[in-house]
Design a binder for this molecule. Structure first.
Ligand SMILES: *Cc1c(COP(=O)(O)O)cnc(C)c1O
Length: 405
């Protein structure tokens, strides 16, 4: 009864869906580029792109054509057989990342599960009985039991105890804290870190942190594992966020933007992590099927043709400059930060209320970590569309902050 009442008040009709999302009461019928249309015909500028998923925007003609062609040929055969599209995808990802091998799965949490299993196997192979992985405060790695245990947000974990053991938590961006763990804990086999935290509030690492962490991992014979599920695939202006530095990880996970909307994830390994997982150690029924791999291959190839990583960097700079010009001096704006098309505007108070206000104005944005407005536009955003985004968003934020608490 109560739930029915809550749903009626929220304007959501009775549904048999498990109540796992506090959804906005809007549905879309179709999209084109960075625009979406709802069931009433109203148009929205999409600055969220399905949470960093729709790399190429909506209904990209060349992407749609490639998917249609693949659906007409083959969708799924299983990993009992060789899958040429999966082998091509692995080749392409290794070419772009200079890594050595790839496990293809269907989502970010699965990519991280593969990484966690790989790290444990790596530990066992060198005689560590209870391998531990260092993870960060405010990290987000997914909602499966292992990945929620690795996540640094109590809200994600509460109610699901007992958590998976084998994680040691340290503050983000604090190398000294990791050095201290190294001194007292001899079961550590890997460090798992997002080069740029997404759910945690668009938090960036100090420029030298990753390079110094690389050195420390080499000294300790640990695997350096980067969760690039959100910040990878061109979003920060490079193919992968760690490419803003000179270091290479041992393991990297990808998902969100990889298939431009078709579910596909990947766990990549290099150097000493290569060859750790062998037949029988890991698998996925759906993972790496011809349809998902065609989506990923086509996404990467169109990104390459249209130079989308560099485009993301320049549109990101344009947006950042506009946000700074319009918002930096507004009382209540604490910080404007990010890289490429992964941008956060931190306010001095919770700002979830901005999401429905923006929706009303025909703009799709997101709020994370309670008081950070998060922008994750598709990589195909034009400068005109970026200006439209600024014109819609900046007055909303200014009004929100100046109307009083
Ligand atoms: C979204 C996200 C995940 C989880 O991905 P799913 O596809 O939802 O399982 C893991 N890590 C990071 C950094 C993410 O942003």
């Amino acid at each position: 009864m109560l739930r029915q009442l809550q749903r009626d008040l929220l304007g959501v009709s009775m549904s048999h869906l498990m109540n796992t999302y506090a959804r906005l009461s809007v549905s879309f019928t179709h999209g084109e580029g960075v625009w979406l249309w709802d069931t009433a015909g109203k148009r929205y500028l999409d600055a969220l792109s399905g949470i960093a998923v729709n790399t190429l925007g909506h209904a990209h003609p060349r992407f749609t054509a490639a998917l249609n062609a693949q659906i007409g040929k083959l969708i799924h055969v299983s990993n009992v057989y060789r899958i040429p599209e999966q082998e091509q995808l692995a080749d392409k990802l290794c070419e772009l990342s200079r890594m050595d091998e790839v496990f293809v799965c269907n989502s970010g949490c699965e990519a991280n599960e593969a990484a966690i299993k790989l790290a444990r196997m790596y530990g066992h192979k060198k005689g560590v009985e209870n391998p531990c992985i260092i993870v960060m405060e405010k990290a987000f790695h997914g909602r499966t039991l292992a990945t929620l245990s690795a996540t640094g947000n109590r809200k994600v974990q509460a109610g699901f105890e007992p958590l998976v053991k084998g994680f040691v938590r340290v503050p983000y961006n604090d190398l000294e804290a990791i050095r201290q763990v190294a001194e007292r804990n001899h079961d550590v086999v890997a460090v798992l870190v997002e080069p740029l935290q997404g759910e945690g509030g668009i938090r960036t690492l100090d420029i030298h942190y990753l390079e110094q962490l690389r050195e420390l991992c080499d000294q300790q014979d640990w695997l350096l594992m980067l969760d690039e599920v959100q910040c990878g695939i061109g979003r920060t202006g490079k193919w992968f966020a760690h490419q803003h530095t000179g270091m290479l990880p041992d393991v990297m996970t990808l998902a969100k933007g990889l298939g431009s909307g078709v579910p596909v994830g990947a766990c990549l390994a290099a150097g000493k992590a290569t060859g750790t997982l062998q037949p029988g150690n890991h698998g996925s029924t759906f993972g790496g099927n011809p349809l998902a791999c065609t989506a990923a291959l086509t996404t990467l190839s169109l990104m390459e043709q249209d130079k989308l990583p560099a485009h993301a960097a320049s549109i990101g700079e344009y947006l950042m400059a506009g946000l700074r010009k319009n918002l930096a001096a507004v009382p209540g704006v604490v910080d404007i930060r990010g890289q490429g098309l992964m941008i956060g505007i931190e306010l001095n108070k919770p700002c979830g209320a901005l999401v429905p206000q923006a929706l009303e104005q025909g703009l799709l944005i997101n709020v994370t970590a309670e008081n950070v407005i998060r922008l994750l536009p598709a990589l195909v955003f034009s400068q005109t569309e970026a200006q439209q985004l600024l014109d819609l968003l900046c007055p909303l934020v200014t009004n929100f902050l100046t109307q009083g608490a």
